[in-house]
Design a protein around this ligand. Structure first.
Ligand code: ADP
Length: 562
């Protein structure tokens, strides 16, 4: 709320007070004015009545002159009861002992008592100036006090002229010199003085009564407005204010009573109650949702914790396993491979140094060498697979001569083949180009294929390693072809998986680990060489390593597309 905001009650009180003050003063001013007018009018009417009465006396006396002045003997006898004398006397009698005065006046009166005072002079001047003006009145001082003064012009008629007419200076019946009036002259004025006190007291009383009445009505109206506003607007609004306060403090149960509220306030309250209800609903919904979520979260958290524990356990197991594996590998490497290599070399040397006559010794050394080689190959495969798993194996691609590779494979594998009674030959086409690849790995791939071929080819069979270049397809192929036991079509895909061995214990010449072909494929993938097999049961197998054009030295990749 702003700094200068006032309560509705204060605004009402201020507005009512302002309206009251203005209308009160306006009312008092108007009342005073109208009461004054009324009093004046009443006094004017009173004065006029007096004047009419005096006129009647005058008239009566005028009309009665002949009767009054007739003596009992029937002659004329002026009794001195002239209308003017009687009028003035009646006036004096009337005025004696009261605040009312009735007298006659003129500019040049015959009696000193009738000399006009200031107000009367002004009236006479007005009558003389304009004959149509016959009345003159107002509040003016008389005997030092403010009174209501009224003057009425006296008409001159024939009876007046008798004593006041022409000729001027002639003595009339009362021995006064005549003034020389005519019918047009102003015969003076009747002057009436009415006291103000009584009228003014009555007027004051009226004004005070009116004011009291006005005050009473206004206060009553103000009270009614205040009570109505308080009951129908302010109190319901106050209730709403309190309810807002409760809402603000989080007590959502707040609701406001609509009893005694005005229609507009009632709809406001209804709106507020609806809003509070909605808020309540929303809050309850939210609370239940929060609770639900909290439960869900707690569950999810517990699950996560369990999984984390499991993972930690697994991690610990793995770490232990990895440690064990690497210990095993280094043990295999140092404790088996190194002595095996020495044994092979020693067996070779011993065989060559053997007495040619001593066939038995030579065969023994050959046996040792053969078995050691098979064992070494198995160990090598195992170590290579483990190294590949550890991610520490990468092919180094550099130009290599496949003729050299074939010769090396032949050098290693031919003695073994011979030992197992199969022939081993190599055929390298003259147009085979240099290819980019890993010499070591390619040799190992071919040695593995050759070892398998020897293993699964019965005595008297033949094995050939062919290196060829397909100029059309622009690929180099390394094929290990044997005429051994062959592989069933359903086994051809799975033999490249690790540890898969087709059950042929009876037909195989020596055991293996089931890792040979898996390693061949992995080494192929490392260099971008494809490995495939074609075989027929009982008729032999043909394993092909396809070296793509991109690996051929001097070959521009995508030449075909140009
Ligand atoms: P292994 O150590 O048993 O030789 P390999 O991964 O080298 O394992 O070979 C998997 C299986 O594929 C062999 O057990 C064998 O049944 C089959 N196999 C591989 N080469 C030949 C082949 N030249 N002739 C017939 N069967 C073969």
């Amino acid at each position: 709320m702003g700094k200068h905001a006032f309560s509705l009650k204060t605004i009402y009180l201020a507005a009512l007070t302002a309206v009251f003050a203005v209308s009160f003063f306006a009312f008092v001013a108007f009342d005073l004015y109208s009461q004054q007018r009324q009093t004046e009018q009443a006094m004017l009417e009173e004065a006029r009545t007096f004047a009419r009465e005096m006129d009647a006396v005058w008239q009566f006396m005028d009309n009665s002159q002949s009767i009054i002045n007739n003596s009992s003997s029937g002659g004329y006898e002026f009794k001195g009861l002239h209308c003017s004398v009687v009028g003035k006397s009646v006036g004096r009698l009337f005025s004696a002992g009261s605040d009312y005065h009735i007298r006659y006046t003129n500019f040049d009166p015959r009696s000193e008592q009738d000399i006009p005072d200031e107000f009367e002079t002004k009236a006479l001047e007005a009558f003389n100036a304009d004959r149509s003006v016959t009345e003159y009145y107002g509040v003016a001082p008389f005997d030092g006090e403010d009174r209501f003064r009224y003057l009425q012009a006296l008409e001159v008629d024939d009876s007046c002229l008798e004593c006041h007419g022409e000729p001027v200076g002639e003595l009339d019946i009362t021995d006064h010199a005549k003034e020389g009036w005519t019918l047009e002259s102003v015969g003076g004025a009747i002057s009436i003085v009415i006291p103000l006190d009584q009228q003014q007291a009555a007027m004051r009383g009226n004004v005070i009564r009116d004011m009291a009445y006005f005050l009473l009505i206004t206060v009553f109206i103000g009270l009614v407005i205040l009570v109505v506003t308080t009951v129908f607007v302010l109190r319901p609004l106050g209730g709403m204010h309190a309810a807002f306060g409760e809402l603000k403090q989080g007590r959502l149960g707040a609701s406001v009573s609509q009893r005694f509220a005005a229609k507009e306030v009632r709809s406001l309250i209804a709106g507020f109650n609806d809003m509070a209800g909605e808020l309540r609903g929303m809050y309850e919904h939210l609370e239940s949702q929060v609770q639900e979520r909290t439960v869900n979260l707690r569950e999810a958290n517990a699950l996560l914790e369990r999984q984390r524990d499991k993972l930690e356990q697994l991690n610990a197991d793995l770490a232990q396993e990895t440690q064990f594996k690497s210990d095993l590998l280094s043990m295999v490497n140092h404790e088996l491979r190194t002595p095996l290599t020495s044994i092979i070399t020693f067996a070779q040397i011993s065989r060559e140094a053997c007495d040619p006559a001593n066939e038995h010794d030579r065969r023994s050394w050959e046996e040792i060498e053969k078995n050691s080689r098979i064992l070494l190959n198995m160990i090598n495969n195992m170590l290579d697979i483990a190294r590949s798993d550890a991610g520490g194996m990468r092919a180094t691609c550099e130009p290599m001569d496949l003729g050299d590779v074939a010769a090396s494979v032949k050098g290693t594998m031919a003695p073994l083949a011979r030992k197992y009674e199969v022939s081993f030959s190599t055929k390298v086409a003259s147009d085979v180009p240099l290819v980019n690849g890993d010499y070591e790995k390619t040799t190992r791939m071919l040695e593995n294929l050759a070892s398998n071929a020897i293993k699964f080819t019965p005595d008297g069979g033949s094995i050939e390693l062919r290196v060829a270049y397909d100029a059309e397809a622009r690929v180099v192929t390394l094929s290990m072809v044997d005429d051994g036991i062959g592989i069933a079509p359903e086994d051809q895909a799975r033999i490249f998986e690790r540890f898969v061995q087709v059950d042929s214990t009876s037909t195989r010449k020596y055991n293996g680990s089931g890792l040979g072909l898996a390693l061949v494929r992995e080494y192929g993938d490392m260099q971008g060489f494809a490995v495939s097999v074609e075989s027929e049961l009982g008729r032999g197998s043909r394993f092909v390593i396809t070296i793509p054009a991109s690996a051929i030295v001097g070959e521009i990749e995508g030449e075909d597309d140009v």
